[in-house]
Design a protein around this ligand. Structure first.
Ligand code: ADP
Ligand code: UVW
Ligand code: MG
Length: 424
């Protein structure tokens, strides 16, 4: 009987779960189904369910159905185990591994089976990823309770950036305090960048160790990564996912002094943050009450893009801010690669579906040798994992990669299954 891997990606606005079967010894799990609850920050939440290459369901959910990452997971598990068309997963006991995307893993640099000690260490890190770790850990608890036979494995979103050079990961602050409090750049979206690196190297038929790309994961959270020889040498997110690019509800990088002029209570503990989390009013504002939501009233960048095109001033400003900040990183990372860039890669919900944003960004970096094929950019082939949308004659390629954090976790899990399996 093939073993079932459940790959769980608790994003800031969504819970995506992929079901895989795998035979120990093979490192290529087979994807059986993908299900996601999205719109948790912009109700009504929606459920999307695909099994194999069949699109099964798209429906709105009521707040009594789902209202958090935890209830979204419970709804998803019930949906999967009751689907007659998925005989491989009839009962939660069929799940051997539950892989969890844990955004902030601190100094953990490889996947780890979550036991009581690990769980508590990850809880302590929740303050450094206030939109993510707590939600993901509620799902770990739910799996522990509802799927007692499954091994919970944490895959860390910052592990891919363990190759950051010292000058890139060190802040210019008192290093005694920095070392004691572990204050440095960690970087995130690492599972996505690991998937992108492998997928793009295969598309370009290059060994990963020779691959130089500027990768953009533009989703509810957005980041850029400079990948040299297949390894991260810089990335836009920092100690926490707040740094770098603006997001659905996040400000992105600001002058740190701003917050003390924004509110005089900045240093006080936030009143409404999730229980057991000690973040300040300042972090609450910058993580949950800023970004596209604050600028336009919506976190839906698809809606923002089309309203910007129709002349909505607030949406046009948000759109232009995003372009302005993204090109700062594209230019800087182009220089860090010495101009030896195999491709500029767009990924994440916005990167993959936002033709208008891709066009606006590429126009600004035309001087570096990037140009789009406008027809390919307008209607990229959605069937392929990696699509080339660059103009034939341009110096560097421009690619769209349908990134897949769940597939990356399942692949790593299958590869390391023997060492990750709970001792019998
Ligand atoms: N056609 C589109 N153009 C621009 N943005 C889009 C489009 N379709 C979806 N998006 C945006 O993608 C974002 C979600 O990206 P995704 O990577 O799925 O988020 P998460 O970080 O929750 O995983 C949302 O802001 C959504 O509005
Ligand atoms: C790290 C991060 O921002 O993740 P997401 O895009 O899923 O919110
Ligand atoms: Mg995401």
């Amino acid at each position: 009987m093939p073993n079932i891997i459940l790959s769980i990606n608790a994003g800031s606005s969504s819970v995506k779960v992929s079901v895989f079967s795998y035979d120990s010894g093979s490192s290529d799990p087979k994807e059986l189904a993908v299900i996601q609850v999205a719109g948790l920050t912009a109700p009504p939440a929606t459920l999307k369910y695909d099994r194999g290459d069949q699109h099964i369901k798209n429906q709105e959910l009521s707040e009594s159905d789902v209202s958090s990452q935890e209830t979204a997971y419970e709804y998803i598990l019930k949906h999967l185990t009751s689907d007659e068309g998925l005989p491989e997963l009839k009962h939660s006991d069929d799940i051997e591994f539950a892989c969890h995307r844990v955004v902030h893993g601190g100094d953990y640099n490889k996947p780890v089976r979550i036991d009581r000690d690990t769980f508590h260490r990850l809880e302590e890190l929740s303050d450094l990823a206030p939109l993510h770790n707590a939600g993901a850990l509620t799902i770990v608890k739910a799996v522990h309770e509802k799927c007692p036979k499954a091994s919970n494995i944490a895959f860390f979103d910052n592990a891919f950036h363990q190759t950051l050079p010292e000058a890139a990961r060190t802040y210019a602050i008192d290093q005694k305090v920095a070392k004691r409090n572990k204050l440095r750049k960690y970087g995130f979206h690492g599972l996505s960048y690991a998937f992108i690196t492998r997928a793009v190297a295969s598309h370009l038929q290059k060994p990963t160790k020779n691959l130089n790309i500027v990768a953009l994961h533009l989703g509810s959270g957005a980041s850029a990564c400079c990948i040299k020889g297949g390894e991260s040498i810089d990335t836009s997110m920092g100690l926490t996912p707040l740094a770098g690019l603006p997001g659905a509800t996040r400000s992105g990088s600001i002058d740190p002094s701003l917050i003390f002029h924004f509110t005089h209570d900045a240093g006080k503990p936030s009143r409404s943050s999730a229980k057991g989390m000690h973040i300040t009013e300042a972090e609450e504002i910058l993580n949950k009450k800023s970004g596209w939501q604050a600028l336009t009233g919506t976190t839906d960048f698809g809606a923002i893009s089309s309203k910007a095109e129709q002349g909505d001033a607030a949406c046009k400003l948000a759109f232009d801010i995003f372009v302005d900040r993204v090109i700062d990183f594209v230019a800087a990372y182009y220089v860090k690669l010495g101009g030896k860039v195999d491709a500029l890669v767009f990924a994440g919900g916005i990167g993959e579906k936002g033709a208008q944003l891709r066009q606006a960004i590429v126009e600004k970096v035309f001087c570096l040798g990037f140009a789009l094929d406008d027809v390919a950019n307008a209607r990229p082939d959605g069937q392929k994992v990696v699509v080339d949308v660059g103009a034939q004659e341009s110096k560097h390629r421009i690619l769209i990669c349908q990134t897949d954090e769940q597939a990356e976790m399942a692949r790593q899990c299958a590869q390391e299954a023997d060492s990750l399996r709970r001792p019998s």
